[in-house]
Design a protein around this ligand. Structure first.
Ligand code: 13P
Length: 249
């Protein structure tokens, strides 16, 4: 049985004070929503305030990125150990915005995933095709490449610790959600890749989140699909009412 996950990726939004206020507002709204993992990923400067505000609630705090080295001359970067020290439990790795704007690739996804696991952080590893790739009929090939090069070489016990997210790039921030049928087909494909690399049992246990224009109005339909285990939500996670509605979905 896979526990559903609702994860809010705030991207470059909310100050530390705004993040803490959000947690204070959302916590009472989701009291009693058991059987769900609830995660918020604020910006680096807001992490500590979010962790403090979330203490005593069932909200876990994720970073949006990390560096794979423990320390060193990497101006502007943050290591896994530093995130653990301030109370982060998760980290998003390989988001398409990181791939598109900051040169992240399957190789860095692999290194970052290993570093996160070594430090005891749960990686939320993102894969997904662009519109161009989908229209060219390359979705399966892209997912295979991203999966194989990013996480395919982990040890099975390492893979068992992570969360995957399927985020079709054409659905991110566009209001154009993948239909449950399209999303489910991709999730099924990703789970089949996991089964090839790590066996049926491990593949059957890994959570695969859908991301891309998730809203309270479309989330239930997506969650109804057998291979969709939750959402990685951008825009709709920024408002406490809408985030709470997603958690209660
Ligand atoms: P939106 O929900 O705003 O489309 O963003 C999705 C996303 O990129 C989550 O990581």
């Amino acid at each position: 049985m896979r526990t559903p996950v609702v994860a809010g990726n705030w991207k470059m939004n909310k100050t530390a004070a705004e993040a803490a206020a959000f947690v204070d507002e959302v916590s009472p709204l989701i009291v009693g929503s058991s059987g769900r993992e609830v995660i918020i990923a604020p910006t680096f400067p807001a992490l500590a305030a979010t962790v403090a505000a979330a203490r005593g609630s069932n909200i876990r705090v994720s970073a949006q990125n990390l560096h794979w080295e423990a320390s060193g001359a990497y101006t502007g970067e943050v290591s896994a150990g530093m995130l653990v020290e301030i109370g982060c439990t998760h980290v998003i790795i390989g988001h398409s915005e990181r791939r598109q704007y900051f040169g992240e690739n399957d190789g860095t996804v692999h290194l970052k995933t290993l570093a996160a696991l070594d430090a005891g952080l749960t990686p939320i590893v993102c894969v997904g095709e662009t519109l161009e790739q989908r229209e060219a009929g390359n979705t399966e090939a892209v997912l295979t490449e991203q999966f194989t090069a990013g996480v395919g070489a982990l040890q099975p016990e390492q893979f068992a610790e992570l969360i995957l997210a399927y985020e079709p790039v054409w659905a991110i921030g566009t209001g154009r959600t993948a239909t449950p049928e399209i999303a489910e087909a991709a999730h099924r494909e990703i789970r089949a890749l996991a089964a090839e690399c790590f066996g049926e049992t491990t593949a059957g246990n890994v959570r695969i989140l859908y991301g891309g224009s998730v809203k309270p109005s479309n989330f239930t339909g997506l969650l109804g699909c057998p291979n969709i285990d939750g959402g990685l939500v951008g825009g709709a996670s920024l408002d406490p009412q809408s985030f709470a509605a997603l958690v209660r979905a």
